[in-house]
Ligand binder design. Structure first.
Ligand code: NDP
Length: 375
C-alpha cells in the first residue's frame, strides 16, 4: 500500500515478464448474476498490434451495458467485431471479461506507441468488443487511452470515461454541439441522474448552455448541485405536460427511451436545426434477433423512416452511440482538471464484491456511477 505508483509499476513490469495468467472476473456463458466467476487464471493480455498498450487496472467502472452484456445483449454484433471473418466457433468470446471503464497505469507499450510511456497514469473507455477491466490487466489501442486527470484518484477517474465518451459522441459528433456554440442554447436531458446524465449536465454547463433535466423527485437537489438550471420530476405525473409549458429546446439528449419519442420531438424548436438524440436504440437488439445483415437493414430502415417523419416537421431525429476516443478524453481531462467537471461516484466495491456491484447497477436508480477498486 505504501509503494508509490512508479514503484508499483516497476514491480509489476518485472513480474509481468514471467506472467501468463492474472486474476479476473469472467463469464463462461450468458445469464444472470450467478454466471460471474472469479479466477486467478485468466489469460494475461498480449500486445498483438504495435499501437497497443497493456494497462494495470486500479479501478473499473460499471455501466448498464455490463449487466446487459452479461445476459447476452449485443452478442451477435460484438462477436462479429471480435472475429469479422467468422473463423472461430460460436462461443469463442468466453471466458469473457466485462467492465468498460478503466483507470490505471501503463505497464507495456507496443513498438509504435509514441504518446505514452510505461508508468503513465491513464484512463479509458474500453470498447464492448474487447476484454474488459474487471481484471488485473487490460490491453487497449493507444488511441482509446488518455492521460488520467491529475486532480482525480483512480476510483474517481474510473467513473467518467464510458459515460463521457458516450455523451461526447452524442452531443458533439451527433448533436453538433461544441464549447463555442453552446452559449444560451436550451438543452433538455431526459434522465439526468445516472451516469450519462450527470456527466452531460456538467459538460453542457461548462460550455454555457441552459440545461433542463428530468429525474425522480429525490434526485432534484443532486442534479441542481451539478449545475442543472431547471428540474422536472418525472414521477409526479406525465412529464411531457410540464415540459410542454416551457420554452422550446435546441437539443434533447434522451437517456430514457421507451415512449419518450412519442412526445419529446414536439418540444424542439422547429426549422432551426434542433435535434433529438436518443441513446436508447434498437440497433443491437435487432442484430441479436435477426442476425447481422437483416438486423442492420432493419435498423437502417427504422432510422431512415423516423428521421424522415420528423424532418418534414422541421426537427432532426438521431441515434447516439458510445464511440471510443482518447482525444475526446484528453479534452475532458482538461475540463476535469480545470474544476469544471467532477466525478460522481454513487458507490464503490472492492474486487471481491463484483457480483454485488452488478446487483447495484441492475437495480437501477443510479445517482452517478458504480466503481470497483481492483488494486
Ligand atoms: P444509469 O443507469 O446510470 O442512469 C439511468 C438514470 O435514469 C437513473 O438515474 C434513473 O433514476 C433515471 N430514470 C429512469 N427512468 C427515468 C425516466 N422515465 N425519466 C427520467 N429519469 C429516469 O444509465 P446511464 O446514464 O449509464 O445510461 C442511460 C441510458 O443510455 C441507458 O439506457 C443506457 O443503456 C444507454 N446508453 C446507450 C449507449 C449507446 O451507445 N447507445 C451508451 C451508454 C448508455 P431513477 O430510476 O431513480 O429515476
Amino acid at each position: 500500500k505504501s509503494l508509490s505508483v512508479s514503484s508499483q509499476a516497476r514491480l509489476f513490469s518485472t513480474s509481468r515478464m514471467c506472467r501468463t495468467v492474472m486474476p479476473a472476473w469472467v463469464i463462461d456463458k450468458y445469464g444472470s448474476n450467478d454466471v460471474l466467476r472469479f479466477t486467478k487464471n485468466a489469460s494475461f493480455p498480449i500486445i498483438d498490434f504495435p499501437n497497443e498498450v497493456i494497462v494495470k487496472v486500479f479501478a473499473a467502472g460499471l455501466n448498464p451495458l455490463d449487466v446487459s452484456m452479461r445476459g447476452g445483449y449485443g452478442a451477435a454484433t460484438l462477436s462479429m467485431k471480435r472475429d469479422p471473418v467468422n473463423i472461430k466457433r460460436s462461443g469463442s468470446e468466453f471466458p469473457l471479461i466485462l467492465g468498460r471503464d478503466v483507470s490505471g497505469v501503463i505497464m507495456e507499450c507496443g513498438l509504435d506507441v509514441k504518446y505514452f510511456r510505461e508508468r503513465d497514469e491513464v484512463w479509458a473507455a474500453i470498447p464492448p468488443w474487447k476484454q474488459g477491466s474487471l481484471a488485473e490487466f487490460v490491453v487497449l489501442s493507444a488511441n482509446e487511452v488518455s492521460h488520467k486527470p491529475k486532480s482525480l484518484n483512480h476510483t474517481q477517474a474510473a467513473a467518467i470515461p464510458y459515460v463521457a465518451t458516450t455523451a461526447w459522441s452524442a452531443l458533439v459528433n451527433t448533436g453538433g454541439l461544441s464549447k463555442d456554440n453552446c452559449a444560451n442554447k436550451r438543452i433538455l436531458i431526459l434522465g439526468g441522474s445516472g451516469g450519462v446524465g450527470t456527466f452531460a449536465i456538467q459538460m453542457l454547463k461548462a460550455w454555457g448552455a441552459h440545461v433542463t433535466v428530468t429525474c425522480s423527485q429525490n434526485a432534484e437537489q443532486f442534479v441542481k448541485g451539478l449545475g442543472a438550471d431547471h428540474v422536472v420530476d418525472y414521477t409526479s405525473g406525465p412529464v411531457e405536460e410540464p415540459l410542454s409549458a416551457l420554452e422550446k429546446f435546441d437539443l434533447i439528449l434522451d437517456n430514457v427511451g421507451g415512449d419518450t419519442e412519442r412526445w419529446a420531438l414536439n418540444l424542439l424548436k422547429p426549422w432551426s436545426g434542433a435535434k433529438y438524440v436518443t441513446l436508447v436504440t434498437p440497433f443491437l437488439q435487432n442484430t441479436d434477433m435477426l442476425g447481422i445483415a437483416d438486423g442492420m437493414m432493419q435498423s437502417a430502415a427504422t432510422m431512415a423512416t423516423k428521421a424522415l417523419k420528423h424532418l418534414i416537421k422541421g426537427v432532426h431525429y438521431r441515434w447516439g452511440f458510445y464511440a471510443p476516443s482518447g482525444p475526446a478524453l484528453d479534452e475532458i481531462r482538461e475540463m476535469v482538471d480545470a474544476g469544471q467537471i467532477q466525478a460522481v461516484v454513487d458507490e464503490t466495491f472492492n474486487f471481491s464484491q463484483v457480483p454485488q456491484a452488478f446487483e447495484k447497477v441492475e437495480k437501477g436508480h443510479a445517482r452517478g456511477k458504480t466503481v470497483v477498486q481492483i488494486s
